[in-house]
Design a protein around this ligand. Structure first.
Ligand SMILES: C[S@@+](CC[C@H](N)C(=O)[O-])C[C@H]1O[C@@H](n2cnc3c(N)ncnc32)[C@H](O)[C@@H]1O
Length: 322
């Protein structure tokens, strides 16, 4: 039997093989968050251009009571499950408020990144010594499979940070349909959607002037070098971001600056790159209200309410099964 970290490693290798053998080439953004990736993402969240975290934080801190009431959090004991929890900064605002109301709940953060989960657990244990916390490391697609058998308590599921933006539209619907299938009628889903706005505002969030986003993308090549024995030369790639206002999607790429061959020992393979060939790294889909309502309905939910920041840059949308 393989250890879970060996299984994880195989998945990483398999996914890199699949991505770099495709045309166009791609790498999955779910592997961004090793130690350095998690650190860089925390830097990104502090950048003046990266409005997403500030907008969502404003919603959580300015409307905590309203969110608590909309969750019906005082009615019965529940599991507060967070998919792709990261450093849990916004969730800590809710957790703090919930603990002060003296309600019974268990916080269940799920994340593929061991580093992110360790950081979050340590932070929450110090900040909230009385919090019941049950971490789960792994892909949230897999985590769904165990949802029904997890506990018979009510589930309030958080999917924050515009994580849903990293799915294409069809994949987002498939994901919510799978989620609906493992939810009971009184469970709730709370999702962070980045809204469509001035394309320049969006683009600069993914192309910051200090090049932290570029370093964040490049770090995945460093991770492949380290964990899979590859020989990517970082200087031979450059980061490029785009925003397409018709499909509402920001995309990040690493462009090969020249004709080159990269070998990956763990795959026993080499990969050819043409000059200026892209590796597609990440999609960040932006939504409008109609898209959110259509997506909820098509996935078996109805929108119970939307919470906005002052600039209407972002919404946290509360969905209940219908
Ligand atoms: C953009 S960060 C957002 C973190 C946090 N939700 C927030 O709002 O700040 C994405 C997080 O989701 C995790 N993640 C991405 N894809 C995942 C997957 N398929 N399964 C589990 N975790 C995933 C990453 O490791 C990272 O911690």
């Amino acid at each position: 039997m393989q250890s879970s970290s060996a299984t994880q490693q195989n998945t990483f290798a398999d996914d890199v093989l699949r991505g770099l053998s495709s045309d166009p080439k791609f790498l999955s953004s779910k592997y961004f968050y090793d130690d350095e990736g998690s650190r860089l993402f925390q830097e990104i969240m502090k950048l003046p251009e990266y409005y997403l975290t500030k907008s969502e934080f404003e919603i959580f801190s300015g409307q905590t009571k309203e969110i608590y009431e909309a969750f019906g959090a005082s009615s019965a004991e529940f599991d507060l499950i967070e998919l792709g929890a990261g450093d849990g900064t916004k969730t800590s605002v809710l957790v703090d408020y919930f603990l002060k109301q003296d309600i019974a709940f268990t916080y269940v953060p799920i994340d593929i990144s061991e580093e992110a989960l360790n950081f979050l657990t340590e932070k929450f244990r110090t900040q909230f010594p009385n919090l019941l916390i049950q971490t789960e490391r792994g892909d949230y697609f897999r985590a769904l499979e165990t949802f029904k058998s997890k506990s018979d308590k009510r589930k309030i599921i958080l999917f924050l940070g515009s994580n849903i933006g990293n799915f294409g539209k069809a994949q987002a619907q498939d994901f919510f349909v799978s989620l609906r299938a493992v939810m009971n009628d009184d469970d709730l889903l709370f999702i962070g959607f980045d809204l469509q706005k001035d394309p320049r505002t969006i683009l600069s969030a993914y192309d910051d002037s200090q090049n932290v986003t570029a370093a964040f993308n490049m770090n995945l090549l460093t991770r492949i070098n380290r964990e899979l024995g590859a020989n990517f030369i970082l200087e031979d790639f450059s980061h490029y971001a785009s925003y397409h206002p018709i499909d509402g999607a920001a995309r990040s790429f690493l462009m090969s600056r020249k004709v080159q061959t990269v070998s990956i020992e763990a795959l026993n393979k080499t990969f050819e790159f043409a000059a200026w060939e892209p590796i597609f790294m990440e999609i960040s889909q932006k939504y409008n209200l109609k898209m959110i309502e259509d997506l909820a309905r098509a996935s078996g939910f109805e929108v119970a309410g939307n919470f906005y920041d002052n600039k209407n840059f972002y919404t946290n949308s509360l969905w209940k099964p219908n």
